[in-house]
Design a protein around this ligand. Structure first.
Ligand SMILES: Nc1nc2c(ncn2[C@@H]2O[C@H](COP(=O)(O)OP(=O)(O)OP(=O)(O)O)[C@@H](O)[C@H]2O)c(=O)[nH]1
Ligand SMILES: [Mg+2]
Length: 354
């Protein structure tokens, strides 16, 4: 029996996998429960989600009693925009400079290393899509600050920054990759994440229960795939491009990388474009009936998101009462009428009819 979970559901499940506190788990599970298709085949899954919510509530209660409720995640930042991208890198490579160059965030930039001590979020734009960049303290010799691992697990993508003017360029890269691997994250350059299935020990149904069906045997939990873009900063410095070529050769990695310079701005638009692709989202626009097509205030949906998903981001009732929609842009004829199940593409303008 197929459950046919939507991309929106899968996104919520992705958040559940990365959750590091009971409150985050409850939040993601509630979203999963709201989005899970309600039919016979998914009853077992709905039941499991409810059980997990209860378990997370119990955990939260226990933590509160133990006085751990105030314990906070020092580098945790609430997600905003189309996705959260955390910067990871050795000291002085230019992490703060990147966030400073692309957003209004007040970052500490200094010639000396270890100038950043806290997570500082900034909103950067890819065209009209806001993407949250989070500046973070450096990682030295593979040793992260408290809270860094949680922050890495929770981020939708990681921007791994290295310094083309540094002799230890390759080490900078390898230590960051090793840090992820050591903490059960598997760096990938693909937008669509595929989760490694555990060995077939749970019966046929469990496959369709996703992360919930496999959660209990976390002793040998599979690594969490993590989207990573590598940027080699300070491309304006002498010999930088030669160093970049050597780096590409010696790094022996399939991860996508590109040279940038925060000083000249070279490569930054391409970097934002790559991040947008990596986040696996599309932007669509709502159009009011009778009003002209206007591309303003994009609504962000996961790749594969439908007209109904879009309606639901505006209001649940809108989705429940949806009769049809008309669409402009993309592969359809302008103004073509479609139903709620129609899969949207990046840049579509949609007129919802209830
Ligand atoms: N030439 C050149 N220098 C840069 C570039 N980007 C940053 N810098 C310089 O590199 C130094 C470190 O920059 P930061 O942005 O503070 O580096 P960071 O990675 O945030 O450093 P920590 O927070 O200490 O880890 C500063 O002196 C910057 O001016 C660049 O593209 N080219
Ligand atoms: Mg910094």
């Amino acid at each position: 029996m197929a459950i046919n979970a939507s991309p929106m559901y899968q996104k919520a499940e992705e958040r559940y996998r990365c959750a590091s506190s009971p409150a985050e788990k409850i939040d993601a599970l509630n979203e999963m429960l709201r989005l899970v298709p309600k039919h016979k085949a998914s009853e077992k899954l709905q039941q499991l989600i409810k059980e997990r919510i209860k378990k997370a509530r119990d955990e939260m209660g226990k933590a509160a009693k133990a006085g751990a409720a105030q314990q906070h995640d020092p580098l945790s930042v609430p997600r905003q925009g189309a996705g959260q991208v955390l910067l990871l890198g050795a000291p002085n490579v230019g992490k703060s400079s990147i966030v400073g160059a692309l957003s209004k965030a007040k970052v500490e930039i200094a010639e000396f290393p270890f100038s950043t001590h806290a997570a500082v979020p900034g909103m950067a734009l890819h065209e009209d899509v806001p993407i949250q960049l989070v500046d973070a303290p450096p990682v030295m010799d593979g040793h992260p600050q408290p809270g860094m691992i949680n922050a890495l697990r929770k981020a939708d993508a990681i921007l791994l920054v290295v310094d083309l003017a540094a002799i230890e360029l390759i080490d900078q890269f390898q230590q960051c990759v090793q840090l992820l691997v050591d903490h059960k994250m598997s760096p990938v350059s693909t937008a669509e994440l595929s989760y490694e299935e555990d060995d077939d020990d749970g019966g046929a149904d469990d496959d369709e229960l996703g992360v919930l069906g496999r959660e209990e045997d976390d002793g040998a939990a599979a690594a969490l795939p993590k989207r990573v873009l590598v940027v080699a900063n300070k491309a304006d410095t002498p010999d930088a491009m030669e160093n970049y070529e050597t780096f590409k050769e010696l790094a022996e990695t399939d991860l996508k990388m590109l040279p940038i310079s925060t000083t000249t701005g070279n490569g930054l638009p391409e970097m934002m474009h790559e991040l947008f692709n990596l986040l696996n989202v599309i932007r669509v626009y709502a159009k009011k009936p009778g009003k002209p097509v206007e591309k303003k205030d994009p609504i962000i949906l996961p790749v594969g998101g439908t007209v109904e998903d879009m309606a639901r981001t505006i209001h649940n009732e809108m989705a429940d009462n949806l009769k049809h929609a008309r669409i402009w842009g993309g592969t359809v004829h302008d103004g073509q009428q479609v139903t709620g199940g129609h899969v949207l593409t990046d840049g579509n303008v949609v007129e919802l009819h209830v």
